[in-house]
Write a protein that binds this ligand. Structure first.
Ligand code: S3P
Length: 429
């Protein structure tokens, strides 16, 4: 385990390019592996998680070439995955495990999906259920990985997703794409729609009527050329850091601004950030633009985050909670029970680490109430091997008195290997 020492900063200045979006990288990797032809991807995420998706595709018969100019070429299996020789290792990646389960279930082989300790603790019944309704047999161990998929022909279903999860939606859409009949899915709360855009980009037909998505089965995919937009969830750490310093000025290049992810920008604005978006472009249904942020004098304000908003910014909640003590009115987060089953129990771990830094707060089953106007001190932080916890508390450390030690800092590489280098470059001390 590695430790990073974070010293307090005076301000944050400069420009930054973050890695390609993790969610989009996964989807392009998985669909490219199924498609016919060679997909060329620029700005693919440098995070370990999407590389788990790529490695699984290689084990299933796709050819992956890392070019010198950093593009990745994936030659797909044209709809016919091979029987892998060994279990498919999803590493730390819940997205890989849940989405690939839907992609593989219609194929006439036996697949075993394994992952690291954290992934083995995460709930998998949520994907077993719809895939079983379609006719697939998935064996779990007490609701968890390892998962054995006994694949075969699937029938379309009409499914209501009980939990807001883009991963579950994607598993159903990827299975529906290859089933007999038209699969429909209704979401209780609309989640990120990268799978819908990616499926269309690879040539699939998919419709949305109101809250209902429908995908006809028996479709084949064709390779694409694409540039992955920068990851807004990675940019979030720096947007939140900027909020802590009244004279900060940051430019973030080519960031994904898909409306199902961009609620974060409204939150940053509500907290006192002044955001300008420049050069907006669209590719394969995904928007991207350059974001400039400065901060209103007077420091960050507070807010209540709840309802559908919590689902829309679920990955950004740890860093928002970590800066909450420095806001004038505090931040309350509710309706975010899903945080308890992410790479760690993010509610418990945020509470533990904020307390270690001297903060007062109240923990709820579905969130946290964190009063504002609190000065934190440096402390020893436990990342719980969770990338977003390691990075969130590195941001909280910038305004603390004294140095902070982030234990298990290497976890940042799951989504953002360059995080600590960028933090050092942008912080003025
Ligand atoms: C993701 C969906 C979210 C999110 C995760 C990435 C995706 O998970 O937390 O980091 O790429 O679809 P859930 O689908 O479990 O909410």
């Amino acid at each position: 385990m590695s430790t990073q020492i974070i010293r307090p900063a005076r301000t944050l200045q400069g420009s930054l390019t973050v890695p390609g979006d993790k969610s989009i990288s996964h989807r392009y990797a998985l669909l490219a592996g199924l498609a016919e032809g060679t997909t060329r991807l620029s700005n693919f995420s440098t995070g370990a998680d999407p590389h788990s998706s790529l490695a699984c595709m290689q084990d299933l018969g796709a050819t992956i070439v890392h070019k010198e100019d950093k593009t990745i070429e994936i030659t797909g299996t044209a709809g016919a995955f091979l029987q892998p020789a060994a279990p498919l290792d999803c590493g730390n990646s819940g997205s890989t495990m849940r989405m690939i389960a839907g992609l593989l279930a219609p194929h006439p082989h036996t697949f075993t999906l394994i992952g690291d300790h954290s992934l083995t603790l995460r709930p998998m019944e949520r994907i077993r259920k719809p895939l079983a309704l379609m006719g697939a047999r998935l064996d779990l161990v007490d609701g968890h990985a390892p998962i054995t998929i006994h694949g075969g022909p699937l029938q379309a279903i009409d499914f209501d997703t009980p939990i807001p999860s883009a991963q579950v939606k994607t598993a159903v859409l990827f299975a529906g794409l290859q089933a007999t009949g038209t699969t429909s899915l209704t979401e209780s709360i609309r989640t990120r729609d990268h799978s819908e855009h990616a499926l269309r980009a690879f040539g699939a037909t998919l419709t949305r009527t109101g809250e209902k998505l429908s995908i006809p089965g028996g479709q084949r995919l064709t390779a694409i050329d694409a540039t992955v937009p920068g990851d807004l969830s990675s940019a979030a750490f720096f947007l939140c850091a900027a909020l802590l310093f009244p004279d900060s000025n940051l430019i973030l290049d080519s960031i994904g601004m898909n409306p199902t992810r961009a609620a974060l920008l409204d939150v940053i604005t509500a907290l006192g950030g002044k955001i300008k978006v420049l050069n907006v472009e669209e590719q394969h249904g995904e928007l991207m633009g350059t974001i400039q942020v400065n901060v209103n004098p007077g420091g960050p304000r507070g807010m209540h985050i709840g309802g559908a908003l919590s689902a829309q910014i679920i990955d950004e909640l740890p860093v928002l909670a970590a800066i909450a003590p420095y806001t004038s009115d505090g931040i309350t987060i509710r309706d975010a029970k899903e945080l308890r089953v992410k790479e760690s129990d993010r509610i418990a771990l945020v509470a533990k680490n904020l307390k270690a830094m001297g903060a007062e707060l109240t923990e709820h089953e579905d969130g946290l109430s964190i009063p504002g106007n609190q000065q934190l001190h440096g402390a020893v932080i436990d990342s719980g091997t969770d990338h977003r916890i390691a990075m969130a508390f590195s941001i909280a450390a910038l305004r603390a008195t004294g140095d902070t030690e982030i234990h298990g800092a290497e976890a940042a590489a799951i989504s953002f290997p360059e995080f600590f280098t960028h933090l050092d470059e942008l912080c003025q001390r």
